[in-house]
Design a binder for this molecule. Structure first.
Ligand code: SAJ
Length: 497
C-alpha cells in the first residue's frame, strides 16, 4: 500500500524511513517548510543513531518523498505532537485536529487512518474519526502507539512489541500486514481506546514508580539510611523492581502522559496526581539541599529570610507557565511542561523552561552574579553563592535537554539568589546555556551532579578541587565514584543518603 506519514518529528521520521527502507512507498508530510527542505536535501534534523544514513538511503531509492501538501494515499499515519495544554492542563490536540482535516480533504472510501500520537483515551473515535467521516465515509481506523526509547529508536521501533487498536477485524489485519513489513516484535490487536490507554499506562507506571523511589529516598534520609543500598537489597526480591531516585522526571512523555489519564478520569486518579506532584517537587528538594550546603554554612548569610519556601507559591521571579512557550530550544518536541500541571500553578510550574532563557545564559556564559542578572534576591551586599550543575540533558547519555529537570533546578536556584553555571558535554553548545567544565567549577560553592552521563565518571575531581571555592559535591543520582571524589578532598553528599 502507498502510505503518507504526517508529522516528521522524532517518531514520524524514523517510522517513515523504516517503512521506506522495507520497500513501502512513503510520502512524508510536514507543515514546516524548513524541515521539508532540509529532508529533501538529505539533512536529518532528528539526532538519532543511524537515522541520517537511513534518510540518504531511502531518498536515493526513490521510495521516500517529502512534501508540505498531502496527497490521496492508501494509508495515512498521523505522528503529530500532542503537548500539554498550558491553559487546561490537558492534552493540546490542535495538531491532531489539523492533521485529521488534512486527511479529510483528500481521503477516499476504503483508505485507512492510523493515529500514532499519544492521546487521551477516546481521541481516535471521538475526534479523528468524526472529522474525516463528516466528509468521507468508509475508511478504516486504527490507533497504534509508538513505544520507543529516545536514543534507541531505530533498534526499538522494529524490535518492540507493536499494539494495534483497530475498529474492525478488517482494519486490524490490514494494519498488522503493514507494520509487519518492518516490525519483528510481536504484534497484538485490541480496540482503539484500549490501545490509547495502554500507551498512557506504560509511562504512568514508570512515573509512579519513580515517585515511589523518590519518596523512599526522602524517607531514608529522614531515617538515616542509605536508600541506594536499601534499593539494591530490596531488588534482590524476585518480584520487586524499585526504580532510581533522582532530581526530577524530564522528557517529552513521562511527565505529560499521566495527565491524559487524569483528564479523562479525574476522580479515580489520586495516586497518579500525587506521583506527578512528588516528582515535580524533586528539584525543589534538591535546591533545599544545596541551600543547606551553602547558605547554611555562611555563604550569603543574612538572606535566608528572603528565600521562598516550597509550597508557598511561586518563588520570586518565577515565570508564569505561559512564558515557557517563548523560550527558544525548549518549546520543541511535544512541548510538554516538565513541571507541575500548568493549570494548577505552583513552584515548579513552567519554571524550568524559563530558566533556558536569559537568566541562566547570563550566569553561565558571562559569569554575571544572579543579583545583577535581576533575579531579585534581596541579598544586598551579600555575595551570591555559586552552584555548578553537571548535566543539562533530561537523562543520562542523551543530548536532549528539552523538558529537563536541570532547568527547573537552575531556575529555582536563581530565584533564590544563587549564581548558576551548568556543563553538559553532550548538549550542543550554543543551542542552550552551557559552559565549560572549568567555567562551571571555578568559584563554585557546590557542584551538583544532575544528569547521569557515563562521561561524568571520567571527570578528574583533583583538577576541580583547585577551581572550586568550597569542595562540596551533591550527587543526585548516586552516579559518581565517591571514594575518588573524597580522596581528592571533596565532601560528598548523595540524594537519599
Ligand atoms: N528516571 C528516574 N528514575 C528512573 C528512571 C528514569 O529518575 O528510575 C528519569 C530520567 O532521568 C528522565 C525521566 O525519568 O528524566 C524519563 O526517562 P526515561 O528513560 O524513563 O523515559 P523517556 O521519556 O526517555 O521515554 C519513555 C519510555 N517509556 C518507558 O520506558 C515506559 C519510552 O519507551 C516511551 O516510548 C517514551 O517515554 C514515549 O515516547 O512515550
Amino acid at each position: 500500500e502507498k502510505i503518507a506519514v504526517i508529522g516528521l518529528g522524532y517518531v514520524g521520521l524514523p517510522t517513515a524511513l523504516l517503512f521506506a527502507g522495507a520497500g513501502v512507498d512513503v510520502l512524508g508530510v510536514d507543515i514546516n517548510p524548513e524541515l521539508v527542505a532540509a529532508l529533501e536535501a538529505g539533512q536529518c534534523p532528528v539526532e538519532e543513531p543511524g537515522l541520517p544514513e537511513l534518510l540518504r538511503q531511502v531518498l536515493a531509492s526513490g521510495r521516500f518523498r517529502v512534501t508540505q501538501r498531502l496527497e490521496s494515499r492508501d494509508v495515512y499515519i498521523l505522528t503529530v505532537p500532542t503537548p500539554l495544554d498550558r491553559e487546561t492542563g490537558g492534552a493540546d490536540l490542535s495538531a491532531v485536529r489539523r492533521a485529521a482535516e488534512m486527511v479529510a480533504a483528500v481521503a477516499r472510501p476504503g483508505q485507512m487512518v492510523i493515529l500514532e500520537s499519544t492521546v487521551p483515551p477516546g481521541t481516535l473515535q471521538r475526534l479523528v474519526r468524526p472529522i474525516i467521516e463528516a466528509r468521507v465515509p468508509g475508511l478504516d481506523y486504527v490507533f497504534s502507539p509508538e513505544r520507543v526509547l529516545p536514543g534507541r529508536i531505530l533498534i526499538e521501533l522494529p524490535s518492540n512489541p507493536r499494539l494495534i487498536g483497530a475498529d474492525s477485524p478488517r482494519a486490524a489485519e490490514r494494519a498488522r500486514a503493514l507494520y509487519a513489513t518492518f516490525v519483528r516484535g510481536e504484534i497484538r490487536v485490541t480496540d482503539p481506546t484500549t490501545a490509547e490507554l495502554v500507551k498512557l499506562m506504560e509511562n504512568t507506571y514508570r512515573d509512579v514508580n519513580i515517585a515511589l523511589a523518590n519518596e523512599f529516598a526522602l524517607a531514608a534520609e529522614r531515617l538515616g539510611v542509605d536508600v541506594w543500598e536499601a534499593i539494591e537489597l530490596a531488588n534482590l526480591h524476585p518480584r520487586v523492581n524499585v526504580h532510581r531516585p533522582g532530581p526530577g522526571v524530564g522528557g517529552h512523555c513521562i511527565p505529560v502522559d499521566p495527565w491524559f489519564i487524569v483528564e479523562r478520569a479525574p476522580l479515580e486518579t489520586a495516586l497518579i496526581r500525587q506521583a506527578r506532584t512528588t516528582n515535580d517537587r524533586m528539584p525543589v528538594v534538591v535546591a533545599e539541599r544545596i541551600e543547606q550546603l551553602t547558605l547554611g554554612r555562611g555563604f550569603g548569610v543574612g538572606a535566608r529570610a528572603d528565600v521562598a519556601l516550597p509550597g508557598s507559591g511561586a518563588a520570586p521571579g518565577d515565570a508564569t507557565p505561559g512564558d515557557a512557550a517563548t523560550v527558544p530550544g525548549n518549546g520543541a518536541g511535544r512541548g510538554a511542561v516538565g513541571g507541575m500541571r500548568p493549570a494548577e500553578g505552583g513552584v515548579a510550574a513552567g519554571a524550568g523552561m524559563a530558566a533556558g532563557s536569559g537568566a541562566l545564559g547570563e550566569a553561565a556564559s558571562a559569569g554575571v552574579p544572579a543579583e545583577e542578572a535581576g533575579a531579585g534576591t534581596g541579598r544586598p551586599g551579600g555575595r551570591a553563592p555559586k552552584v555548578g550543575l553537571l548535566g543539562l540533558a533530561y537523562k543520562g547519555n542523551s543530548d536532549d535537554s528539552r523538558e529537563s529537570p536541570a532547568y527547573v533546578l537552575a531556575r529555582i536556584l536563581q530565584s533564590r539568589g544563587f549564581e548558576v553555571a551548568a556543563y553538559d558535554p553532550l548538549v550542543r553548545r550554543g543551542a542552550l546555556p552551557n559552559a565549560t567544565l572549568e567555567e562551571t567549577a571555578r568559584g563554585a560553592h557546590c557542584l551538583v551532579l544532575v544528569t547521569d552521563h557515563d562521561r561524568f565518571r571520567e571527570i578528574d575531581p583533583a583538577a576541580l578541587r583547585q577551581l572550586v571555592a568550597q569542595p562540596v559535591l551533591l550527587d543526585t543520582r548516586n552516579h559518581l565514584d565517591h571514594a575518588r571524589w573524597r580522596a581528592a578532598g571533596f565532601e560528598v553528599h548523595v540524594l537519599g543518603d
